[in-house]
Design a protein around this ligand. Structure first.
Ligand code: ARG
Length: 467
């Protein structure tokens, strides 16, 4: 019997059952965290005088040798290896003999796997956070490059009011800022050490858990061993974070897919982020963006999948929980590709101000007309109604609002005056939105200043590259 638990068994495990039970083919990803956890645990056992310092050193040397095998991609998985934990223990035995069997004293794979997964995730979070900063920085640099390009702002995908292109793009940088905040917040709950909880009831060998936490770089200790071995909330939180972040990128992708279509032509995607058609020679498709949008579905699926896996499990650890890792790994992998792809798309995006300007309907100035009347003393509701009638006429005679002569306006209201036409430009309309968070030049610059403080990115280099 090669299994860690073989002693109690006299019959062989069914071959398909072995395959069904094994997690090594995916949890091998945890190798580094598993070795780090075991290193710390060996030291902890020596401090608790369960093993001698010499024994701890031998174990550590063995673990170091295994680490080298992994680094050199020479670690060999054997058919009896159920998961990363049993694989490492098996290999340690091959290298240092029976002493390997002391490492697991007081430890269970239940506290071990929870420790490994948290350690692994903490490290991945650092990389994701950097990728978020880079994407935000890329957006901000692009916004600076095209600060004053005015474009149609949409609601219901209908032209609504003029906005700055930079304002639109920065709206996504702010979504990502919330994602960064959420990531920081959830990291506090990832950063908790379960090791020393045993299978479920704690560790009887006077293991110093504060020492373990310190050795592994955890900021806090779990306070209840039963909770510690079954808690997967931190993965649910992470997956929900991942789903929200992907969703933001999906919406950016959707906008850009629309804006890069022939009908819009606001932007053009770089060849580096497009692909062609096997049949239609003229096609240049925004596959990067479609994949960003498409992969959102799989991350949302990972979240709902894990929630469903956890629901209804009795206390404490159940093998169901082994199903936590594939969705987690997949979400991390998916996002760590999505974020740099999105950054590449934004960085190389060609903006076409001419096409944007040509698309703009003068009716987006209707609110300006109403505001004008309000400034001259008309109650907003009346102004809204009256401008609605002007709009009707503009549509009927197919003329833009700025081409109506003053006399035509005065037929609707004698409040219209000589200062009217200078008001009727998209730029003026945008620059009047000067409240905090608005689309005026000054307000967008203020947003950029705020972001520059919040985003770790080399703006000066990116801007000088772009300009
Ligand atoms: N591979 C297992 C998992 O990922 C490790 C824990 C196994 N624990 C147990 N009691 N069988 O969940």
């Amino acid at each position: 019997m090669s299994q860690l638990w073989g002693g109690r068994f006299s019959g062989e495990t069914d071959a398909l059952m072995r395959k069904f039970n094994n997690s090594i083919f995916f949890d091998i990803q945890l190798w580094e965290a598993d070795l780090d956890g075991s290193m710390a645990y060996a030291k902890g056992l020596a401090r608790a005088e369960v093993i001698t310092e010499e024994e701890a050193d031998i174990i550590q040397d063995g673990l170091d040798a295994i680490r080298a095998e992994f680094v050199q991609r020479q670690f060999e998985v054997k058919s009896g290896d159920e998961d990363i934990h049993s694989a490492v223990e098996r290999r340690l035995g091959e290298l240092i003999g029976d002493l390997a069997g002391k490492l697991h004293t007081g430890r269970s794979r239940n506290d071990q796997v929870a420790t490994d997964t948290r350690l692994w995730l903490k490290r991945k979070i650092e990389g994701l956070r950097e990728q978020l900063d880079t994407l935000q920085g890329t957006m901000a640099a692009k916004a600076i490059e095209h600060l004053n390009v005015i474009m149609p702002g949409y609601t219901h995908l209908q032209q609504a009011q003029p906005v700055r292109f930079s304002h639109w793009l920065l709206s996504f940088a702010w979504m990502l800022q919330r994602d960064k905040d959420r990531l920081d917040d959830l990291t506090k709950r990832v950063d908790v050490l379960p090791l020393g909880s045993g299978a479920l009831s704690g560790n009887p060998f006077l293991i110093d858990r504060v020492f373990l936490a310190h050795a592994l770089g955890f900021s806090a200790l779990s306070s209840n061993s039963m909770d510690a071995v079954s808690d997967r909330d931190y993965i649910v939180e992470f997956l929900s974070w991942a789903a929200i972040t992907q969703l933001h990128l999906s919406r950016l992708a959707e906008d850009l897919i629309i804006y890069s279509s022939r009908e819009f032509g606001f932007v053009e995607l770089d060849d580096a982020y497009s692909t062609g058609s096997s049949l239609m020679p003229q096609k240049k498709n925004p596959d990067s963006l479609e994949l960003i949008r498409g992969k959102t579905g799989r991350t949302v699926g990972s979240l709902t999948g894990l929630l469903t896996t956890l629901k209804g499990q009795p206390s404490t650890y159940n093998k169901d929980s082994q199903e936590d890792k594939e969705p987690l790994f997949d979400a991390v992998e998916t996002l760590s590709m999505t974020l740099p792809i999105a950054a590449g798309v934004v960085r190389t995006l060609k903006v076409n101000p001419g096409r944007i300007y040509d698309s703009m309907d003068s009716l987006m100035l209707a609110t300006e007309l109403a505001d004008y009347l309000v400034e001259k003393g008309m109650p907003f509701r009346d102004a809204h109604h009256l401008v609605g009638q002007i709009v009707q006429q503009a549509i009927a005679i197919d003329q833009p609002l700025f081409s109506f002569p003053l006399a035509a306006y005065q037929k609707f209201s004698d409040l219209f005056d000589r200062d009217l036409h200078e008001r009727l430009t998209f730029n003026r309309a945008a620059d009047r939105r000067d409240s905090i968070g608005g689309t005026s030049e000054a307000a967008v610059k203020a947003q950029l200043d705020l972001l520059r403080d919040l985003v770790d990115y080399d703006f000066d280099e990116a801007i000088s590259d772009a300009l």
